[in-house]
Design a protein around this ligand. Structure first.
Ligand SMILES: Nc1ncnc2c1ncn2[C@@H]1O[C@H](COP(=O)(O)OP(=O)(O)O)[C@@H](O)[C@H]1O
Ligand SMILES: [Mg+2]
Length: 320
């Protein structure tokens, strides 16, 4: 999988527990060992990058090994930061009398479902758009719910959110007799005349830029991780399809925790036989993708030493 290190952004996705964090961490470690300035971003609320590296990750970028920077995004924290950012912006624009009502509106919007997700994606977008030059490679370890797939739809979702907000904003403005002048400007050119709407539009544009980055196949790749079992196979097949439809490059599929060969015992034989069925199915159903097989280790994977083992396997693995 060494060729994957040439990409600028790698996403690791798949069902919960299949080894996304393990593989994303191993790949990031490999990249940093090859001298690439690497950022490993954990977006899964069940952060485990700290556990794997056995050192704390922070909500802000922080070096965890030489050449490897880590960050664990915190949705609540990002939502607060997002809302506070909007408030700071409007504080500069309105008189104290109006500000109170405007802030109430913002808080209302903040309690809308999906707000944390919007803020999280906003932060991810910021890393993609603004931190691109600081790193050779950014690796995203994603949450199992396929929320990364929703990232692609975010600009679209944001549009309806912005629309809902803009409706509220307009009714607020028409209630407020004191800001006739602004209202007159709004009627003429809503997005430009209203500073809050303009800010939201800017955010939407940033998300659009991210979407374009994500669709550039030599720039961004998506690695699907699965294990040879029924449910992960089905989920990965659906994800691969959704990603292809969205024109995102699925640049590799890691089949993790494959039973090692030549062990003894009836239990092992039965497991291995069952696994063979799934392995054949994976080879057949995912034949158009680069497949990489990683064995089940005798212990779970944490600590740099273990991680390095996976790292070596991944980097020297050739697709079959
Ligand atoms: N090849 C492997 N051999 C043994 N244990 C593994 C292997 N890959 C992952 N694990 C273990 O499986 C568990 C889940 O892995 P993790 O990477 O956290 O999954 P995910 O991020 O997809 O939820 C962890 O305890 C990890 O150490
Ligand atoms: Mg994980």
């Amino acid at each position: 999988m060494r060729d994957l290190l040439k990409k600028r952004i790698l996403f690791f996705g798949g069902k919960g527990g299949v080894g996304k964090t393990t593989c994303a961490s191993a790949m990031a470690l490999a990249a940093s060992r090859e001298g690439k300035r690497t950022l490993l971003v954990s977006t899964d609320p069940a952060h485990s990058t700290s556990d794997i590296f056995e050192r704390p990750f922070d909500r802000e970028e922080r070096e965890v090994c030489p050449g490897l920077t880590g960050i664990e995004l915190d949705a609540d924290f990002e939502a607060r930061r997002y809302i506070d950012g909007v408030k700071t912006q409007i504080a500069r624009l309105f008189s104290p009398a109006i500000l109170k009502e405007a802030e109430r509106q913002i808080e209302l919007a903040a309690s809308m479902p999906g707000m944390e997700e919007v803020a999280l994606f906003d932060r991810m977008s910021e890393l993609i758009v603004n931190r691109q030059d600081a790193y050779d490679l950014i690796v995203f370890d994603t949450a199992p719910t396929g929320h990364t797939l929703r990232l692609l739809r975010m600009p679209e979702l944001m549009s309806s959110w912005i629309e809902a907000l803009s409706k509220r904003r307009k009714s607020l403005l028409s209630l407020n007799q004191g800001i006739d002048k602004l209202r007159a400007r709004m009627d003429a050119k809503p997005a430009e005349a209203d500073p809050i709407l303009a800010t939201l539009e800017l955010r939407k544009e940033k998300l659009e830029r991210v979407r374009i980055c994500m669709m550039q196949h030599n720039f961004t790749g998506f690695v699907l991780v699965l294990i040879p079992e029924r449910l992960p196979i089905e989920e990965s097949a659906r994800a691969a399809e959704t990603l292809s439809e969205a024109n995102v490059n699925v640049c590799g599929i890691i089949v993790n925790r494959v039973l090692p060969e030549n062990l003894e015992g009836d239990f092992y034989q039965a497991r291995r036989q069952q696994e063979q069925v799934y392995r054949d199915e994976i080879s057949r159903r995912f034949r158009k993708y680069a497949l990489h097989w990683i064995p089940q280790f005798e212990t779970d994977v944490y600590g740099l030493k273990n991680l390095e083992r996976i790292s070596h396997l991944l980097v020297k693995s050739r697709s079959v």
